[in-house]
Every structure is written in C-alpha cells, then in structure tokens.
Design a protein around this ligand. Sequence first.
Ligand SMILES: Cc1cc2nc3c(=O)[nH]c(=O)nc-3n(C[C@H](O)[C@H](O)[C@H](O)COP(=O)(O)OP(=O)(O)OC[C@H]3O[C@@H](n4cnc5c(N)ncnc54)[C@H](O)[C@@H]3O)c2cc1C
Length: 432
Amino acid sequence: MAKYFDVIIVGAGPAGSMAALKLARAGLNVCMLERGQHPGAKNMFGGLLHNTPVLNEMLPSFWERAPLERYVYKKVLAFMTPDSAVSLTFENGNFEQPPYNGCTVFRPAFDSWLAGEAVKEGALLLCDCTAEDLIRKNGQISGVTVKGREGELRGNIVIAADGVMSFMAEKAGLRRDFRPGDLGVGIKLLLGLPEDTINERFHLVRDEGADISFLGTTGGLCGGSFLYTNRESISVGMVVHLDSLKASGQAPYDVLDELLEHPQVKKLIKGAVPLEYSAHLIPEGGIKSMPHVYTGGMMVAGDAAGLCYTNGINLEGINLAMTSGVLAAETAIEAIEAGDYSARMLSSYKKKLDGSFIIKDMKTFKNAVGMMRLERLSRTYPQLLTDILEKVYRVEGTPRSKLLRLARKEALKKIGLKGLVSDGIKIGRSLL
Ligand SMILES: Cc1cc2nc3c(=O)[nH]c(=O)nc-3n(C[C@H](O)[C@H](O)[C@H](O)COP(=O)(O)OP(=O)(O)OC[C@H]3O[C@@H](n4cnc5c(N)ncnc54)[C@H](O)[C@@H]3O)c2cc1C
C-alpha cells in the first residue's frame, strides 16, 4: 500500500473525526487511521459529552441523530467521608433544552457515529491500522508508516490525533518525556440497571440524566470520583494522579472498591450488574505540559496535544478535542490552498488555539493543576465539612456556637493556621 493524500489523520477519536469531517467537506482527499477494530473500540471516558459550538455547527441538530444516552440536567457535587456525605445539587431547566449542555454517551457508539459522519462526506477510514512512524522529506513530515498493512501512506499534512500518549508527537520531537503529575489514570465500572430503577433512584424522568462528582472517595489519593447515568446503566469511576497511585502501592480496582462500598454510593448502585471494567490515561498536567502543537507537515490535536483540564468541578476533554480537530483542519485547508506545509504556515494553528476557549480556559485554570494535587482536598476538607455539619445538626443539650466560630475552631484543629493560609491561597488562585 503506498498512497498519497492531502491529509492523513492518525486516530479516529473525537479530535480526528472532527478534523476528517471538516477536511472531507472541503473536498480534500483525507485518510484517517484507527488502530482499534472500529472507532471508539479502544476508548473510554467518564461519560459526559460536553456540547461545544463546533459540534452543532458541523452537525446541526446532532442530538436527533447521535447515539446519546441521556442529557445531563442534574449536577451534584458531593463531599464524602467514609460514613457521611455533603451534597450540592444543581438542577437546571435550561440544560433540558436542545442543543443540551451535555449528554452521557458510550464512546464505542459515539466515536463510530462521528467517524461515520466523516466517511459519509468522503473521508477514508482505515481501522485495525496503527501508524508506527513518521516519514520525512526535505526536513518536513510527509506521511506515516503503517503496521499491519505493511506499507506507508504519504500526504501533505499529518494530523496527530492519537490520544494522550501520542507516539506521533513523540516521534516528531514535539513532546518531552512525561513527568510525574502530567498524567492521571481513570478507572471505570459500567453497571447495568433497569431504566425505571435509574429514574426512580436519581429522581429523573424521560431522558434526563445526572452527573455526580465525589470528593473524598479516592482512598486518600489525589483525584476525584464520578457517577453518570446512562439509559440502562450507570458509569462509576475515578480519576487519580498516576504518581499518587504509584506511591500508594494500591491497585486501581482496590481504590475503586472503596467508592463502591461507600454507604451512599452503595444505595445508588444496589442490585446493579457489573458489565465492564476499563481504564485509561488522561492528560492532567495542564497548559504547562502541552507539547509543541505543530512542525513542518504536522499538527497535533486533542489529548495528544494535552488539551484536557479539570478545575475540580468540570472535567473537559472531548469538547476541546473536537474543537482543536476543527482548528487543525481549518489550518490544513489554508495550507493546502497556499501549497505551503511549512512550520511557519502551520503556526497559525497555534494562534487559532490561543484565540479559542481551549487555551483561554486552560490558562484561566492553570493553577488548578496544583490545587488538584493538594492531598487535604481529597480527605481532610470533606471530613472537616461533615464534622462541622454534624455539630450544626446534632442535638446534645449543650450550648451551641455561632457558625463562623464553630467552623474556625474545627478548621484550626484539623488543618492549622499555616495549612489553611497556604491552601486558601492555592484554592483561591485556582478558582477565584
Ligand atoms: C476516566 C476518564 C474520564 C473522562 N471523562 C471525561 C468526561 O466526562 N468528559 C470529557 O469531556 N472528557 C473526559 N475525559 C477526557 C476525554 O476522554 C478525552 O479528552 C478525549 O477522549 C480526547 O479525544 P481525542 O480524540 O483527542 O483522543 P482519544 O479519544 O484518545 O482518541 C485517540 C484515538 O487514536 C487512536 N490511536 C492511538 N494511537 C494510534 C496509532 N498509532 N495509529 C492509529 N490510531 C491510533 C486510538 O485508538 C483512539 O481511537 C475523560 C478521560 C478519562 C480517561
């Protein structure tokens, strides 16, 4: 196999498929390689497809056709200790209206659908096809070698949308070695439950869905846990820093058990049937760990470019991936029109990213990376909150303190003034 394409895309995840869709619509000859047997076969995530303007622009009324599970109108943030929970619930009628703020999806179904939309527009999708190395010509990248199909594909531009470990970015010399703290590991258990039980248990009707974030259920590891409702199943899991997991010596599934055994979570998953375990890495280093995103003949999009962040409340990746895929495709279209695939020409991709919400949000929450590594956030603060509330609600026949005084006394006892000031600065700089 030796073929020539305008653009070769490595990876048929959300970043790659959106890039392929945009390029195919522009009439370009585009080939997308996917190492899985079908798009999404190797992919997992928590479960929330965040809507993003490019999705509705590229695929108007996508929610009428895409394989979506439920639209998320209920958001819950729960601070947990081994025996208590403090929850903040936000239910918003606006999230129930199309184009919906976010929907739960299964990646094998969603990724296959999205790639199929690109194929309908003329993109060539080669599955079970792993890009192994880059081909260079005159100092620029001009194609990839392919494992399993014994050959090479040549093209004017390569878009690396090959996910968090991006061997393509590494081969191009765009990414340094990963450092501790650059990566998190996500573990997820899919549990089957009848639709009516889910609706009853989570107080949902019709297609409504819930997204619950838990703090304090990661066995003291830095990170957080999640629960998403699908139509007839729920996804329960956690994302923890890889170095914190390694240092603890715990196995990921043991940590997940702590969440599943929590009395509050147990009630929610009672009677559920385990369907599938999965694990995946996630970029967690924020803007400081981003690789260079372009070189002569190549651009990097989505997780491969480290475009994913959490501020402790939102975890966004899929929307950043889809948007960056479209921006890389727009840059490729301009480069092909100009007949110039040099690094200088492709540098406009970086400018487009910088001007988009992607880099702006990653900059806004750049300090959240450090905040999420605060060990006290995953254990001491949830405990502090529940201890204060227990004292507020408990009736003991002894004189009560005013709320602020009670909170200050408990916080000083558990964390101390120095810890409170330093955490306050970190949390304040991250979120306020
Ligand atoms: C546990 C967990 C929970 C998450 N929860 C959420 C969430 O709720 N909401 C959210 O927005 N984001 C979430 N994310 C992040 C989100 O999953 C990613 O940001 C998103 O999938 C990135 O899309 P992508 O297309 O860049 O990469 P990917 O989805 O990783 O796709 C890359 C594709 O490239 C293919 N590939 C890799 N190497 C090669 C190769 N050499 N040749 C050919 N093909 C190759 C892979 O098989 C894959 O299909 C979560 C991530 C994890 C791990």
